[in-house]
Ligand binder design. Sequence first.
Ligand SMILES: NC(=O)c1ccc[n+]([C@@H]2O[C@H](COP(=O)([O-])OP(=O)(O)OC[C@H]3O[C@@H](n4cnc5c(N)ncnc54)[C@H](OP(=O)(O)O)[C@@H]3O)[C@@H](O)[C@H]2O)c1
Length: 259
Amino acid sequence: MPVLDQFSLKGRRAVITGGSRGLGLEMARALGEAGAELIIVGSDAGHLQGATAELATAGLQIHAVQADLSSPAATEALCERLLGDFPPIDILVNNVGGRRINTPTEDLALEDWQRIIDLNLTQVFLCTKKLGGAMLPRGWGRVINIASINALWPGKAMRGRSYETSKAAVAMFTKAVAADWAAHGVTVNCIAPGPFLTDANQRWIRERPEFQAEVAASIPMGRWGDPKEIGALVVYLASEASSYMTGSMLVLDGGKLLW
Ligand SMILES: NC(=O)c1ccc[n+]([C@@H]2O[C@H](COP(=O)([O-])OP(=O)(O)OC[C@H]3O[C@@H](n4cnc5c(N)ncnc54)[C@H](OP(=O)(O)O)[C@@H]3O)[C@@H](O)[C@H]2O)c1
């Protein structure tokens, strides 16, 4: 097959959790442009409607499903719904995650720790188990987990450490499940993004404007990532082009981890 044809996703169906904004929206756009039918998941109906209208206007095949993935019970219900309404699912992008608090470890309440672990890790397990597990009998599938460079490196300005801990666990979960499923044609890889200018980071910048220049200065390329710069990598991981890759963590950070 000619090399560019290996990136085609025609006939594939992809679920992107957190596909309504930020990195998830750009990954959905890229997967759709490569030919996949899209199902985006988010917790906010307005954000889902906006993303659906934008991607449909661009000519992409798109469905939206509302669910709160910070709740394990709601995540399980979402998976059952997706398996019932949109079979078969070929590609799963586990993108939902984040933190939104910056409490030092010594003050962090157990409930807050658990909430961050559930948001970043437990739902990745549940979606992989249910949606990835359903790929096994078909002998082909792609699971792509969005970790973070904070799986490898504790952020200097971060506190609480539940985020880094959960992202490191996502990275090891990726490797372990990849090994288990390699013989079944289902690959499991993860992307470790560095700093990207999404809503989540714009919020930190609004609270402390100098944060933007400080981070840019800490990156060898001298700038934050543009969310559009993750699209080609997810298409690679979702397609035949990555047929011999599984259990890998691909760092996408403008060189941030080099210094
Ligand atoms: N941006 C970065 O610099 C960076 C760096 C490293 C890793 N990452 C990782 O990349 C992923 C995406 O980050 P981002 O910056 O694009 O985040 P973002 O701009 O905050 O977008 C998050 C997406 O997830 C959805 N979402 C959030 N909480 C949810 C919940 N409880 N249930 C269902 N959907 C939910 C949001 O939809 P709603 O509108 O409904 O909330 C939105 O579509 C995260 O896992 C993050 O940890 C990001």
